[in-house]
Structure formats: structure tokens, C-alpha cells
Design a protein around this ligand. Structure first.
Ligand code: FES
Length: 267
């Protein structure tokens, strides 16, 4: 007789979501079986998260208008809570092929033409959540600040967490600095970190980036891990290339000589 395997438990005491084998707050799971009452409870919970995040300013005030700011925050707040499947379809209207094929690891295509500056969206590839962040100029500037660089564990991205050298691209960890694409999993225990773009909101020196609430790992806008985090490595970059100016194909690269069997040290 087999031994029952206990449900995974985050150290922070959170129940874990079996979807994708990742650790996210159970209350926000988008894939657990739902009935009407549970769905309503999830909506209420997501709304509460949104309201809490609205308390933060998303970036220096002079750069925002209120309507746009609220849109960006609601997207980021919900995604940061780990709701993967529920919101991805609403946010990304040009993904293909079908879900069954995606689950097997086929590349997906994401159209970024309607993304606003500062907006984060979530896609799914190989059963993994994928971030696409349209970085603003001020976000890019933070990436080369000496005060940030000296806090990073791997500022030059020397560890095997991106498919090839062109994905390092200085401090950007992206083929095109404006669009950052990464696997949205913390390298500690695979929680989905929250999007925390507002400076000074996580620590007094916080430049903006991603914060994993599970055990406190911190990452900059290039998902490079900050010293003091339990996460050991930068968040991985998936293989991808730009099919056109507005469409990224995630799951393969077009460069010859690319190792098709490449995988990062930690997904
Ligand atoms: S999973 Fe532990 S800090 Fe992210």
C-alpha cells in the first residue's frame, strides 16, 4: 500500500497550489475545483489584494495618471498573488496554439502591441507562468545604479539562468531592453513573486522590482536576485525571439547554434 504524500507546505505557512508544482497562496489558486461560492470568495480576495496594492504608489507620482495607474496596479496585484490561469486569457489575446499543445511545451506567441509602459502580463508556457514586463525608461535606469549592483548576488548574470549570452545584454537580461521576459518562479521554492514596481515599498532602499512574499526574496526589474534573499539565483529567462516588432515567440530561439536541450540550473 502506498504512503500518502502530504500536500506541500510553504515555510510561511501558506497552503500550496498543486498547479505547476508551485507554491502560491492557496486562496488565490485559479485552477482548483470551484463552485459558485468559492469563485465569489476568490473574486473578493483578489479585490482585497487590489485595494491593498492601490495604497502604494506605483512609481514616482509625476509619471502617472490615476486611471492608468489603477489599471496597472490591478493587473500586477492579482498576478502577484499567483492567480495564473484565471487571468491569463483575459490579459493576453494572442496566444497560440491550444492549451493541450501548450502543456506539452510547444512555443507560444505573445502580442505586446497593446501593453502600456510599466504593465506586467502573465502567459503560460510548458506549464510555467511567464512574465512579460514592458519596462519604462526609469525602470531601466535603476538596473545600472551602483547602489543596486552592489546588492546583487549575480549582477553580470554569469550563472546558467539564461539560454545564451545575447539574453544577458548588459543589465537588461532581455533581447530588447523595453520588454523583459522571464519565468515567473522564485528560485528558492518556486513561488510566484509579486510585482512591486513602486520604489521604497519593500525596503527603504527598494528600487522597484519583484518581491517573493513566501520567504522574502527580492529581485530587481531584470529579476536578478538581491543579497539577503533565500533565493540563490537570478530568475530564469526562457528561450524566445521576436517574430516581429510586436510578437514574441516564447519557447524557442532562432539563433543557429543554440542548444535545444538547454535548461537553467533552477527553473
Ligand atoms: S519561494 Fe521562498 S522566497 Fe520565494
Amino acid at each position: 500500500m502506498g504512503t500518502a504524500v502530504p500536500a506541500p507546505q510553504c515555510a510561511a505557512g501558506l497552503k500550496c497550489n498543486p498547479f505547476l508544482s508551485i507554491h502560491v497562496p492557496f486562496e488565490f489558486s485559479a485552477v482548483q475545483p470551484t463552485n459558485g461560492r468559492k469563485a465569489q470568495a476568490m473574486k473578493d480576495e483578489a479585490k482585497q489584494v487590489e485595494q491593498e496594492v492601490v495604497m502604494d504608489s506605483i512609481r514616482p507620482a509625476a509619471k502617472t495618471d490615476k486611471g492608468r495607474r489603477n489599471f496597472l496596479i490591478s493587473t500586477a496585484g492579482v498576478l502577484g498573488a499567483g492567480a495564473v490561469g484565471l487571468f491569463a486569457d483575459a490579459l493576453i489575446d494572442n496566444m497560440n496554439p491550444g492549451k493541450a499543445v501548450e502543456a506539452l511545451g510547444a512555443p507560444i506567441e505573445v502580442d505586446v502591441s497593446r501593453m502600456e509602459p510599466g504593465q506586467l502580463i502573465l502567459a503560460e508556457w510548458k506549464k510555467k507562468p511567464i512574465w512579460i514586463l514592458r519596462r519604462e525608461e526609469w525602470m531601466l535606469k535603476t538596473l545600472s545604479e551602483p547602489s543596486l549592483l552592489q546588492r546583487l548576488k549575480d549582477p553580470d548574470s554569469k550563472q546558467n539562468q539564461q539560454p545564451a549570452a545575447q539574453f544577458i545584454n548588459g543589465n537588461y537580461r532581455a533581447l530588447r531592453p523595453e520588454y523583459f521576459i522571464a519565468v515567473a518562479l522564485c528560485t528558492h521554492m518556486q513561488c510566484i513573486p509579486g510585482y512591486r514596481p513602486a520604489p521604497h515599498t519593500v525596503t527603504p532602499w527598494w528600487p522597484g522590482g519583484f518581491h517573493c512574499a513566501c520567504h522574502g526574496s527580492m529581485y530587481d526589474f531584470s529579476a536578478r536576485v538581491i543579497e539577503g534573499s533565500p533565493a540563490p539565483l537570478n530568475i530564469p529567462i526562457p528561450p524566445y525571439y521576436w517574430v516581429s516588432k510586436t510578437v514574441a515567440r516564447i519557447g524557442e530561439v532562432d539563433a543557429s547554434g543554440f542548444d535545444k536541450n538547454w535548461s537553467p540550473d533552477i527553473w
